[in-house]
Structures are given as C-alpha cells and as structure tokens.
Design a protein. Structure first.
Lengths: 130, 131
C-alpha cells in the first residue's frame, strides 16, 4: 500500500471472561488478576480485568487492517494503559493520521470503552511501502 | 525472586520458542483477530510474539499476582512465519520503588536468525508487600 489514510477502519470487540481465559492459555499469562474472581475482589479493581496485551492487540489489528505486511516489517507502537477493561466491556480501537512524510505515517491511536473513556492511548507509526 | 535485587541489564530470559500454527491459531482466536493475512501467508501475529516474550519474562521474575501493565512500546521489523524458532530474550531496563509500588521496566526481544523481529519495552507496576 502507498499513502496513508486519514483515519483507520475501527476495530471493535467485546471482552468476555471466556476471552481472558483463552488469552491466558494462548499467551501463557495466567496472572490471577485476569482469571480469579476471588483474588480480583481483593484488588483495587474489585473484579477481574483484561490483560493489557489483549486489549493492545486491537491496535495492532487496526494497523494490520490498513497496512498489512508493512506493519509487520516496519511498525512501531508507543502506548500507555490508562484504565482497566472489564469482562463485559466492548472496546473500540481507532487511529487518526497525525503526520506523514511519504515514507512513514504516524497515527494517534486509542482504545475506548463504551463510556468513551480512553483505556489505551498512544502513537503508532508505520514505514510505508514504496 | 526478590525483585529488589534486579538491576538494569540483568538477563531474565534467553531461549528459543517455536511458534506452531496451532499456537498462532489459538492466539488469533483468543484476541478475536480475523485478519486473513496470517492464515494466508502462514504468519504469526507480531503481538503474539510480543505476548509470549512478555509472559516468559513475567514468569522468570515470578511477578506477584496483582502486577499491572502500565505502558508498552513495540517495534516490528520482520514477519515471523509459523514453525520458526524465535529467540526470546528479556532484560531488566529499570527498577525502582515509589510510594509502595515497584516500577519495573523490561526490555523484550524476539529474534529470527539473529535479526530482531519484535522488540519492545514493557512498564509494569508491581504491588510491594505490606510492611
């Protein structure tokens, strides 16, 4: 692909406890904060929360959707996890072009929850195919 | 592991992981990524590589259960094909304590044939034991 769209096609996903269990098995991250309701009740969150890397995967999916292998060969992400995502939440990843010099495109990226709260914010850059 | 002993540069993980097609499929199902690119080209999602290196590092330091991921930087340089042996390594980048919380930063790296495929830096907030 050449050029950089002004906005990227959003990616939306419902996060369920079943998804957290599947992700734990697939990634090897079995932190009980994500899996054990009883443990999570004793934390400041009061219940289980999604793995940060699971939610961040939506941003990578967002970039792959527009840039395909270019993202895999020349993608950069710099993000902060701003708020927890709870089972039952539907989250949405979006990207807005911040700048492009023709060789690299940089996007402001965010993942928001149903209430419009940013749960992840940051920047994603991709080296554009010639 | 006593986290207070960790210093910048300390190695945590350095081993090969072969990411099979079934591992890649399990990952894409779990995150819900239906992008056909991976199946069509026999590629592993780069976030799957990052997640595996991250999990290896977290296991190596036996992070306490309430550990929270606060930030993540990643660079993807080469596509990883299924059944490739990825050299996974992680080192400590920073380690400090402020107001009862340990802030641990880890450098992560997944290499193919000696060349970086996925590199990154993870920031973690680790609850310190009371007292």
């Amino acid at each position: 692909m050449s050029g950089a769209p002004a906005t990227l096609a959003p990616v939306e996903r419902r996060i369920t406890q079943e998804r957290l269990v599947e992700y734990a098995d697939a990634s090897g991250d079995h932190n009980p904060l994500h899996l054990d309701e009883e443990f999570a009740r004793g934390t400041p969150y009061g219940r289980t929360i999604a793995h940060g890397m699971l939610v961040l995967a939506l941003v990578s999916e967002l970039m792959t959707g527009s840039f395909r292998e270019a993202w895999l060969r020349g993608g950069r992400l710099k993000t902060r996890f701003r708020a927890p995502v709870f089972p039952g939440d539907t989250v949405r990843a979006t990207g807005t072009l911040k700048g492009s010099d023709g060789a690299t495109a940089t996007y402001d990226v965010a993942v928001t929850n149903e209430g419009g709260e940013n749960v992840i914010t940051g920047e994603a850059s991709v080296t554009l195919d010639a | 592991m006593d986290l207070s002993t960790l210093e910048p540069g300390d190695p945590l993980v350095d081993r090969d992981i072969v990411i099979t097609a079934s591992m890649a499929d399990a990952y894409t199902r779990a995150v819900g990524d239906e992008c056909a690119l991976y199946a069509e080209e026999g590629l592993v999602p780069p976030m799957a590589v990052a997640a595996l290196v991250m999990a290896e590092a977290m296991e190596a330091v036996s992070l306490p259960a309430g550990t929270v991921h606060t930030g993540q930087e990643l660079t993807f340089s080469r596509p990883v094909t299924v059944d490739s042996a990825v050299r996974c390594s992680a080192t400590v980048a920073a380690n400090s304590v402020r107001r009862g919380t340990r802030f641990l930063t880890l450098d992560l790296r997944g290499e193919l044939d000696g060349q970086p495929a996925v590199e990154g830096r993870a920031a973690l907030a680790v609850p310190e034991a009371d007292g």
